[in-house]
Structures are given as structure tokens and as C-alpha cells.
Design a protein around this ligand. Structure first.
Ligand SMILES: Cc1cc2nc3c(=O)[nH]c(=O)nc-3n(C[C@H](O)[C@H](O)[C@H](O)COP(=O)(O)OP(=O)(O)OC[C@H]3O[C@@H](n4cnc5c(N)ncnc54)[C@H](O)[C@@H]3O)c2cc1C
Length: 376
């Protein structure tokens, strides 16, 4: 019998891992991919939903379309993980594994920041849809895009939201009656890439957006209309677009895998402290930001290790923490940050663009993943 590989979560990491194993091992891949949701959504699509560029049903890619030799995708919700016994329980079955890969992403902890659930967030499809319906009612006053804590997915996304909000309000002819502030826990918008931070700060200045750095949002008082920052500052607001605090999914936190809120791994191999148990992507403490490109790249390293073990051959190259992230600057212009987190003594990130050409490259990025994973 071939080795049983059980992958938890069919997001960026899980889909890429299952796809590579299917490509390299075919019908012998022996992969079971467990996923609670009905459809996959690219993270950046939430900005499209928020600003009414696409409907929620247009950004959902149903898992029903995922079919790969040697991979069974089962729509089951994982309820317990036993990394010592390599056993996973779901709402429907018990799965025994020879290799277990945790790719369950990060969840939002709305209750961790008072007032955020009522005031609004745009990091989930449902939250973005709700705020999309609120945006047309905002015609004057102070909009605050606020991050409630680090780490959070896709560090440039709140800056993108502020710049796209500027476009949205300008198109509606109400920009002059509105202020926009973006609150980040970091001192600069994208600390590992000074180029990108500088370009974003210049774009903020050109659009009249205030950057409020170095402190997360600690609470939102919906009655009083105030946003309190952890360092004591307070901002009045009329529209709040929040990024909730993140944490690993509860099933992970309740397992022996979690330490400090996520799953620690050897950042070169993605191995956990349990033999034959790996963790990739947002659920892991990897030494890189939480972004799909890093989940995907980590998944390839794990896939190569499984294939090398099965077929023999060279051990895989270690995870290098390299990736390219696209950043919307508004007015149809997109930049690309090429970052390298782990190869050198400190992270390095350089910015290409922004330009309309890179906007087309971003479209290709999503389309190529969709075609590769779902064949559509
Ligand atoms: C606004 C926004 C913009 C973004 N822009 C970008 C971008 O431009 N580029 C980029 O690279 N990244 C971007 N991201 C980040 C990106 O979406 C995530 O980092 C990426 O999806 C993480 O991949 P993952 O595989 O680790 O986890 P996910 O893709 O989150 O996958 C985890 C999967 O596990 C499933 N799951 C969770 N719990 C269970 C359970 N108990 N049982 C079964 N299944 C479960 C979930 O349903 C999910 O499908 C953005 C995110 C946001 C919010």
C-alpha cells in the first residue's frame, strides 16, 4: 500500500501541495485533502468584493471542480488532530496518516478587539460584502482603515484598501468631504521593503491619506464613534474598515501542535516537532509574512520531501522565504514586491512599478493558479 498523505485545508498551501504530489506521483500519490469550506477564494478578491468590482459568487471557486489523479478531496471539518498518532478526526470520519500536513490557515478573532465585530471588517468575504453595502452611505466624515494586531495576512492589504477607498470616494464625487486614515501596528507600511513603504507613503501623501503607524487598534466604540489605539491615541471615525486580530484555527490551538498561537516549524523543512508532521502557510510560524505566495512555496518544499522519500533522490532545497506580492496603488496601477526573507542575514524586498502592466501580471497570477488547481 502506498504511503497515506493527509493534508488538512485546501487553501493556497493545501491545493499546491496536493497538485504537486499528483503531478509527480500520479495515481500512487495517496493524498486525502480535507476541507471544511465549499469554495476557494483568493485573499485579494475581498478587496474586489468590498469595492463592488466583483460579486461574492464570482470570486468563489467551488471545490467540486478540483479533480487530480491520486487525490481525494473530502468536504469534512477537522475536529481533532493527534500528531503523535498521526490521526485526524473530522465531523464524518477518522483518518490515519503516514504523513500529515497542517495547512489550515489563520482565523479571525473578532472578539479579541472590542467593537470590531459591530464596526466592520473586510478580511472575510462576508465582512467585505457587508461593508460594500455600507460604503454607499458614507458621503462625509472620517474613514479609518484599522489593523487590530500583528501578524495579519498580506501586510500591504490595509494600505491597498485605503488607496482604493480614495478612488471609490473620488469617483462618487465625495472625496473632498471625507478624510481617510490608515492605522498599522508597524512604523512603516511594509517594513521588510523600504522601497514599497516609501512608495506607499508617497501615494498616501498624494491622495491626502493620513498614515498612523506604530500602534494597533485596541478597541472601537461604536456608540461614541471613536477608535482607540493601543498606545492611547484616539481617533474619531464615521466609517471603520477593520482587519481583525488573527489566530490559528481552534482545532489547532486545542492540539499539542500549537505554541504561542501558531504551529512552530523548522523554517527550512517545515517539519514540526512531531515526526512526519509538517505545517505550511498562515497556520505556521515560518519567519515570513502570512501570504498565499509563501504558503505555496512552503508547500512545494514539503511536496519535494515527500516525493524524495517515496522515489529516492536528492533531499529538497530548503524553504527560502522568497515570493512576489502584488500591491494595488489605485488608479489601476499595481506594484510588485519581490521579497527574500530567509536567504540572507535580513529580509530584503524591492518594488517594481506600480504600473498598468503589473495590474495585468496580477490577473495572470490568479488565473494561472485557478487553471493549475481547478482546470478553469
Ligand atoms: C484582503 C486580503 C488580500 C490578500 N492579498 C494577497 C495577495 O495579494 N497575495 C498573497 O499571496 N496573499 C494575499 N492574501 C493572503 C492569503 O489569502 C493567505 O495568506 C493565504 O490564503 C494563506 O494560505 P494557507 O494555505 O496558509 O491558508 P488558507 O488559504 O486560509 O487555507 C486554509 C484552509 O483551511 C480550511 N480550514 C480551516 N479550518 C478547517 C477545519 N477545521 N477543517 C477543515 N478545513 C479547515 C479553510 O476553509 C481554508 O480553505 C490576502 C489576504 C487578504 C485577507
Amino acid at each position: 500500500m502506498s504511503e497515506r498523505v493527509v493534508i488538512l485545508g485546501a487553501g493556497f498551501g493545501g491545493l499546491e501541495l496536493a497538485t504537486v504530489l499528483s503531478e509527480k506521483l500520479g495515481e500512487e500519490a495517496g493524498v486525502t485533502l480535507l476541507e471544511a469550506g465549499e469554495s476557494f477564494v483568493f485573499g485579494y478578491s475581498k478587496l474586489d468584493v468590498l469595492f463592488g468590482r466583483r460579486e461574492p459568487h464570482e470570486v468563489r471557486v467551488p471545490y467540486a471542480g478540483f479533480a487530480k489523479p491520486g487525490v481525494r478531496l473530502l468536504r469534512e471539518s477537522v475536529t481533532t488532530i493527534d500528531p503523535e498518532a498521526l490521526r485526524v478526526t473530522t465531523d464524518r470520519a477518522v483518518h490515519e496518516a503516514d504523513v500529515l500536513v497542517i495547512a489550515l490557515g489563520a482565523d479571525y478573532d473578532l472578539d479579541a478587539t472590542p467593537g470590531v465585530a459591530e464596526a466592520g471588517e473586510f478580511y472575510s468575504v462576508a465582512g467585505a460584502e457587508r461593508m460594500r453595502d455600507v460604503l454607499p452611505t458614507f458621503t462625509r466624515g472620517h474613514a479609518v482603515v484599522g489593523v487590530c494586531g500583528a501578524p495579519f495576512k498580506c501586510p500591504p492589504a490595509p494600505s491597498e484598501a485605503a488607496l482604493l477607498l480614495h478612488d471609490y470616494l473620488s469617483d462618487r464625487g465625495v472625496r473632498d468631504a471625507c478624510q481617510i486614515s490608515v492605522v498599522l501596528p508597524f512604523g512603516t507600511p511594509v517594513p521588510p521593503s523600504p522601497d514599497t513603504s516609501e512608495a506607499l507613503l508617497a501615494a498616501f501623501a498624494a491622495c491626502g491619506i493620513e498614515f498612523v503607524g506604530s500602534s494597533p487598534v485596541a478597541a472601537v466604540d461604536v456608540e461614541q464613534g471613536t477608535v482607540s489605539l493601543a498606545d492611547g491615541r484616539e481617533l474619531p471615525y464615521d466609517l471603520f474598515l477593520g482587519v481583525p486580530r488573527h489566530r490559528a484555527p481552534r482545532v489547532v490551538l486545542e492540539s499539542p501542535l500549537a505554541e504561542g498561537g501558531y504551529v512552530p516549524v523548522d523554517s527550512r523543512t517545515l517539519g514540526t516537532r512531531f515526526p512526519n508532521v509538517y505545517a505550511v502557510g498562515d497556520v505556521a510560524t515560518l519567519g515570513v509574512p502570512k501570504a498565499g505566495v509563501f504558503s505555496e512555496r512552503a508547500a512545494r518544499v514539503v511536496a519535494d520531501a515527500i516525493v524524495a522519500r517515496r522515489l529516492g533522490g536528492e533531499p529538497p532545497e530548503p524553504f527560502d522565504g522568497r515570493g512576489s506580492c502584488f500591491v494595488e496603488f489605485g488608479s489601476g496601477r499595481v506594484g510588485r514586491v519581490d521579497v527574500d526573507f530567509l536567504s540572507g542575514p535580513k529580509p530584503v524586498g524591492t518594488l517594481a512599478g506600480p504600473s498598468p502592466e503589473l495590474a495585468a501580471e496580477k490577473v495572470d497570477f490568479g488565473a494561472s493558479r485557478r487553471a493549475r488547481w481547478f482546470g478553469c
